[in-house]
Design a protein around this ligand. Structure first.
Ligand SMILES: *Cc1c(COP(=O)(O)O)cnc(C)c1O
Length: 384
């Protein structure tokens, strides 16, 4: 079976060369726009592409205000800061995530509490969240607090794994019931919609990433999505240097981050946004091909939840057991077809090993059984 997978992927990508997991694709105006920034000399913190890129993301996602940042980790850090997370708070998230989620809350001086993911989405499970809170927390008009030490639970951060949206209506309801802010880590889910609404726009704030391996890239970059215009304005203020506008005086009215995305990177982002609909179409076709190939095998293709439209950022299958997974990883990687296991659960990392956590049955199962498959969009189309 492993050898069949290799030949299937080679046919899909029509190549005998190395097949990466996810390569960036530049087939539009990237060179033109980036060259324009260089010729204009506006490569850094001033220039029209930053505004253009933010407005394009707002139009596409329906976000009230989008603020470009240097990377997705910075976007998430800013989102948690604006959500009012404080040093010493807990933040509830999933153990099954990329480390950047935990890095961002660590930089706030917060500590994670890990709860399980749902099998349907690989993303934060609302039932596990509510169960953890019922067993361990109390809430009042000041917020939600842990029973054992009265420390505040400052935010809940679901991550839409591989672009599959979490069950957001239910998570929103749990957050409202317990009086906790909701910040979506939508780093992997540009182009993914939950019941017609773009991921990252449903919580109080959201964060996107445009790292080189994401569905579109700005080299490095991220975006904070805000639900509220005033909050958006304040967020923009904070991500620059919190300078009060004045023709020549320097006055900064609060601490700022220097998280602004350079114009050079934003130019790349504007071109990539023009290509996004095409990438999404290609990725959906690739997902369909994988799904057809793995039908009636011992592997379970990870399909989008029926309430959502996923971007299929990274395709994945659940293997019948760990040995089969390890064999498939070895055969494919030795054959120059890049596949990867999912991340190690966050509480296995040394700096997070003492974190509080609930039952993680689904996370542990997925950790041991899932493989990611090559998922770059294919330029010249595929027949279905
Ligand atoms: C990519 C990613 C981020 C942010 O990554 P940057 O590399 O900082 O842009 C955050 N969370 C998750 C889950 C990610 O996959």
């Amino acid at each position: 079976m492993s050898a069949d997978v290799v030949s299937f992927i080679r046919e899909l990508y029509r190549t005998n060369d190395f097949v990466p997991l996810h390569a960036p694709t530049f087939n539009g105006n990237e060179l033109k726009y980036v060259t324009e920034t260089i010729e204009s000399t506006f490569v850094s913190s001033v220039g029209k592409y930053v505004d253009d890129f933010e407005r394009k993301i707002e139009a596409y996602t329906g976000s009230i205000k989008a603020i470009a940042t240097v990377n997705g980790t910075a976007a998430l850090h800013t989102a948690l800061y604006m959500a009012g997370v404080k040093s010493g708070d807990y933040v509830i998230t999933q153990a099954l995530t990329f480390v950047a989620t935990c890095n961002a809350l660590h930089h706030m001086g917060a500590e994670p509490i890990f709860v399980d993911v749902a099998k349907v989405s690989l993303s934060l499970c609302p039932v596990a969240l509510d169960n953890y809170l019922t067993d361990n927390a109390y809430s009042n008009d000041k917020g939600c607090f842990h029973k054992t030490n009265n420390r505040r639970i400052g935010a809940v951060v679901p991550m839409h794994t591989f672009g599959h949206p979490a069950e957001l209506d239910e998570i929103v309801a749990v957050c409202a019931k317990w009086n906790i802010s909701l910040v979506e880590d939508a780093a992997e889910s540009l182009g993914s919609f939950y019941k017609g609404k773009h991921t990252g726009t449903i919580g109080d704030l959201g964060a996107l990433s445009f790292n080189g391996n994401k569905i579109i890239t700005t080299g490095g970059g991220g975006m904070v999505l805000c639900k509220d215009a005033d909050l958006g304005k304040h967020t923009k203020h904070v991500t620059t240097t919190a300078k009060v506008p004045h023709p020549y005086e320097f006055f900064h009215d609060e601490p700022g981050f220097n998280y602004r995305l350079p114009n050079l990177n934003a130019a790349l982002g504007c071109a990539q946004m023009e290509s996004l609909p095409g990438f999404l179409q290609q990725k959906r076709l690739i997902a369909q091909q994988y799904q057809a190939f793995f039908a009636n095998t011992e592997f379970d293709f990870v399909d989008e939840p029926d309430y959502a439209q996923s971007n299929y950022w990274l395709n994945a299958v659940i293997c019948p057991d760990e040995e089969t997974r390890d064999r498939l990883l070895k055969t494919t990687n030795e054959a120059g077809v890049m596949t990867r296991p999912i991340w190690k659960l966050m509480h296995r990392l040394p700096f997070l090993s003492n974190s509080l956590r609930g039952d993680l049955t689904n996370s542990e199962f997925i950790e041991a059984h899932l493989i990611n498959l090559p998922s770059s969009p294919i330029l010249d189309g595929i027949e279905v």
